[in-house]
Design a protein around this ligand. Sequence first.
Ligand SMILES: NC(=O)c1ccc[n+]([C@@H]2O[C@H](COP(=O)([O-])OP(=O)(O)OC[C@H]3O[C@@H](n4cnc5c(N)ncnc54)[C@H](OP(=O)(O)O)[C@@H]3O)[C@@H](O)[C@H]2O)c1
Length: 178
Amino acid sequence: MSTSREQRWSLKGMTALVTGGTRGIGYAIVEELAGFGAAVHTCSRNQQEIDQRLEEWKDKGYEVTASVCDISSKEEREELINKVSSVFGGRLNILINNAASVIMKDATQYTLEDCASIMSTNVESPYHLTQLAYPLLKASGNASIVFISSVAGVTGLPSISIYAASKGQLSYSVRRAE
Ligand SMILES: NC(=O)c1ccc[n+]([C@@H]2O[C@H](COP(=O)([O-])OP(=O)(O)OC[C@H]3O[C@@H](n4cnc5c(N)ncnc54)[C@H](OP(=O)(O)O)[C@@H]3O)[C@@H](O)[C@H]2O)c1
């Protein structure tokens, strides 16, 4: 017998990609989507943690697959979307751009490498992943894209100034694209 939750909402038959689903907010999103019946693919940079999570999700009866991907790498992003396409038969309903990186330092201490790494992971990657996923999203006929920003994107916070700039850029780009 189905619960009242299942009667109210269902994502059965839907497919989702959640970046950075092994911990934190991404993990909670994977659980929520899979709990409503969606087939979910997720990624992170740590195969061991992926394997642990896949065991947990299998025990809960969730339909979740996962692969290693460093979303700051163009080649690995392309591999990820190829993998998602093959797992979901060329269709994707939900793209959650969740994974992001934060380095805490005083503004005077950030190196150019810190800036490049944060901008590549938090801005270039979600933008490029969305471009790569576009044909799959379109093919599904019913697609949603979510970008996870931050309060830091609207209010400057000390010790995370570059992260704040990256999240502000993400929020602004998405608002402008609407
Ligand atoms: N936590 C907060 O208070 C807060 C507040 C506002 C907004 N947010 C936003 O919410 C999102 C999730 O934050 P969180 O705090 O839940 O993060 P988290 O706990 O640090 O988890 C980040 C997840 O992303 C993965 N990840 C990080 N860098 C990656 C990369 N280069 N390639 C692939 N996977 C990567 C991590 O796995 P690996 O490290 O193993 O790769 C992990 O699975 C982020 O966009 C963050 O900016 C968080």
